[in-house]
Design a protein around this ligand. Sequence first.
Ligand code: ZN
Length: 158
Amino acid sequence: MADDVRPPAWVPVPAASSAAARRRMQATRGRDTAPELALRRELHRRRLRYRVDMPVVPDLRRCADVVFPRARLAVFVDGCFWHGCPQHATSAKSNAAFWAAKIAANQARDADTGRRLREVGWTVVRIWEHDTAEAAADHVHSVLRRIAEAGTAADLFP
Ligand SMILES: [Zn+2]
């Protein structure tokens, strides 16, 4: 997901205080992260066709990482650190308040994005970067099947 790396205006931006923090900041460039690429490769291998980095709702300037337009399924691949994965998000030791605020803002935005997409009939799947590409693709695949079975995108599967 194309993260906006700027914190809210009221949060003072600390200098990247360690190599790890610098790596995290660099790693949030947004598109084509390794987990996204792995998921896309796995989906492609299963002959599922999708769009990439697509703005799903016109007035919502947030791109989903993988989009199935006909099924109206938006997939977001969330970085464990940036989106507050319960397993991996607790590693920031320095500037803890800064990162906590940043992550809380991301989570609020994620929830808002999901709400707004569901309001207009989309299905939203969020994948953690720690998920294996295979498990993530299994999840996406099963959701696609459910959507197809519900009759809204019955022509998705040959
Ligand atoms: Zn994680």
